[in-house]
Ligand binder design. Sequence first.
Ligand SMILES: [Zn+2]
Length: 307
Amino acid sequence: MLFKTKNSIELITAIKSLKLSHAVLIYSDEERRQDDLAKIVSCRVVCTSNNKPCFKCKACKKVELGIHPDVIYPEMSGTKLVFSIDEIRKIKAKIHVKPNEADSKIYIFLHAHKMTHSAQNAVLKVLEEPVSDCLFFLFCKSSFDLLETVTSRCSKFFLEKSDFEEIFRVLNYKSHRILRVGTEKFNEDFSEKVFNSILNFDEWELLKLVSQSFENKDNEHLILNKILGFFENILIYKNTDKKQNLENKVQSFSDTVSNSDTIKIIALTNQAITYRKRNIFQSIVATWFCANLYKILSTCRRKVLNN
Ligand SMILES: [Zn+2]
């Protein structure tokens, strides 16, 4: 390393006491664990219990589901999927807006190296003027991924697999994991539940289940392909006379969704599959996918209720 980094013990102490620098940069190859660490820190920031982070209170659960309004994951965009300068400008414009529910806001850049140079320079300006109720957490693989001017503004930690395990152990993370199914086998009951949440327009349940399935690559692959297949069948049902062999739920739901909405959902699901193939973090894709799916479904529901 070109400069001194701190270790996991120092990070644990900083998280526990919430004496974190306003900008923290984590170097690591452990992608999934980074995502978990981001959640732990976010829970610590927003938790409403006495023993923070508890991973049990409503605020912690919102973090786990990726829906806490003060835990912000800036979005990547464009064909190259990068953090653009416009995204940083959006952050800058809102930086002095008070947090919604917690005492502080936290911005989490997973894949921080995917910031364009101009975006990094814009981030630098943000980091140069710390805001008291605003934290930045950046994750990337190596010290060469970001401009030195940016890294010099951050408190830096280099974490290996064992460091993450130590952090999870000390902060009691795994034992409180609320929604994880880990490597548990995906089963038909589970996919039934996912479809019920779609058919019942239950956004919260849908996000919970999709997030669960995304914990495991095989489950994630299966569930996205099942959703894709379901809506492709709806399209077949609506537009051809091949109606006999399709499941009952395809037939009953096909009255609810229009052709154009079905096509939108198919495109959305394909995009989610592509994002995951590009290794975009599972929590980001799950939240993005469910929010957009729900948006389309709620228009369908409005139409049904109006009829
Ligand atoms: Zn809590």
